[in-house]
Design a protein around this ligand. Structure first.
Ligand code: FHN
Length: 433
């Protein structure tokens, strides 16, 4: 009897772990336009973007969750906009940093969970124009700078709100209040999609605050598709993609993994994939956060994401004066130097050729497979399992050195003369027959 009970409990647990979590409310059928499908392809080709978490919270230098974590009362928190005057903000400089890093797009927080709108909005006075002495719209300036430099601009938009009564009451079940909140979001989304030129993506976040609720995505997504059909929709809800979305995101994780703890039961979908990650620990500026990831670690993340057919959206949290902190700038510069040399093996490639191996991964463009050796194996060869393609030749990345190889039915053995342990990524090119 005890054994049976144990078996039943185990079966339930296994089912729950394996079960995909899905949004339960009806969504209209979604057929992406030709332009949208093209935008998805371009998004996949770009591979590397800059995530920017910037808000009045940066004044406190304790991350973007400071209001919640330090239990700061709303009235007290509302004093922050008065101290927020980022006179060193220079949109051109941010775009220059992103571009030099090899990043092709920028996704910036238009409004985070603290409810403060970092753009000129008529839907509330709790925004950068009405509530700060700064009196400039950084999203407008960024949109202009991005346009000049050929960088795509995306907007992060928080669904969750720590300040608004309509959100709070709606969460408690007041349907009228919830209706007001949805109206507010729609007004802001309309502004974001009409006042800043063409926006690459609306990137939602915060769904998990009301896991079982009806978020009215039918209305929100339809509005976006109507206003700007080529704009992609991503939602960092940590569940399976919802009809109407164009990108599947993974937070602090490579696609299909759950090391960060946000993606339990989430499976890879056929949509374009994106992983977002921090350069230290937090997203918003944190004075004490000095656990900086190295250039090598971050390049490995980028390469592994590409190997899994995903993009990397790498975050910076600018300081309250408007500058990106020097530690990030210098790592991004080094990433850019790497991307300038080896970008051919990343941009415009596709992944999913093989499973990630202990030594690294593979990306593919047309007839070329790029073998990325991120951690040199102890054996004097590299074994690539389960490769379907017939290989014609293997060479070093610059093509100058031919690499000996042997293809058997289980896979391919590469025999490079030597492997540099110190190298960030030793790349070999394999030509398909
Ligand atoms: O709570 C947010 C967090 O502040 C940050 O914006 C990240 C970015 O993916 N998303 C949320 C956590 O899921």
């Amino acid at each position: 009897m005890k054994k049976l009970l144990l078996l039943a409990v185990l079966t339930i647990m296994v089912n729950q772990v394996g079960a995909q979590v899905k949004y339960e409310y009806p969504m209209p059928e979604y057929t992406p336009t030709e332009g949208n499908l093209q935008a998805r392809k371009e998004f996949q080709d770009m591979k590397f973007g800059m995530f920017i978490h910037w808000g009045v919270y940066s004044v406190l230098g304790d991350g973007e969750w400071v209001m919640y974590q330090q239990k700061i009362k709303l009235d007290t928190y509302k004093k922050l906009p008065k101290f927020f005057d980022p006179e060193d903000f220079d949109a051109d400089e941010w775009v220059k940093i992103a571009k030099a890093a090899g990043m092709k797009y920028i996704t910036i927080t238009s409004r985070h969970h603290d409810s403060f709108s970092m753009f000129d909005t008529d839907a509330t006075d709790y925004d950068i124009i009405d509530a700060t002495r700064f009196d400039r719209d950084p999203l407008k300036e960024l949109a202009e700078a991005c346009k000049k430099e050929g960088i795509k601009l995306n907007f992060y938009y928080s669904l969750l709100d720590w300040a608004r009564d309509d959100y709070k009451n709606g969460k408690k079940g007041d349907e009228e209040a919830w209706g007001d909140y949805v109206k507010f979001m729609k007004a802001q989304l309309t502004e974001l999609l009409t006042n800043y030129g063409e926006i690459g993506c609306i990137w939602f976040d915060g769904h998990w605050d009301r896991k079982k609720a009806n978020w009215n995505y039918d209305e929100l997504y339809s509005l976006i598709h109507e206003l700007s059909p080529n704009t992609l929709i991503a939602n960092n809800h940590h569940i399976q993609p919802i009809p109407g979305e164009d990108i599947q995101t993974f937070e602090r994780d490579l696609p299909g993994e759950n090391k960060g703890g946000y993606s339990a039961g989430v499976e890879i979908s056929p949509l374009p994939l994106e992983s977002c990650a921090t350069m230290a620990k937090t997203w918003g500026f944190d004075l004490n956060d000095t656990k900086f990831k190295t250039t090598k670690q971050l390049v490995h993340f980028l390469v592994k994401a590409a190997g899994k057919n995903g993009n990397l959206l790498l975050n910076v949290g600018p300081m309250p004066n408007g500058e990106i902190q020097p530690e990030f700038v210098s790592t991004l510069k080094e990433m850019g130097e790497w991307a300038t040399k080896y970008g051919e093996s990343i941009y415009g490639t596709r992944g999913g050729v093989i499973k990630t191996q202990d030594w690294g991964t593979i990306t593919k463009k047309e007839n070329t497979l790029y073998v990325h050796v991120l951690d040199a194996p102890t054996e004097p060869y590299i074994f690539i399992p389960e490769l379907m393609e017939k290989i014609k030749s293997v060479s070093s990345f610059d093509g100058a050195t031919k690499i000996k190889f042997k293809q058997v039915k289980e896979g391919i053995f590469l025999y490079p003369a030597s492997l540099d342990d110190e190298s960030i990524d030793t790349i070999f090119k394999m030509e398909i027959r």
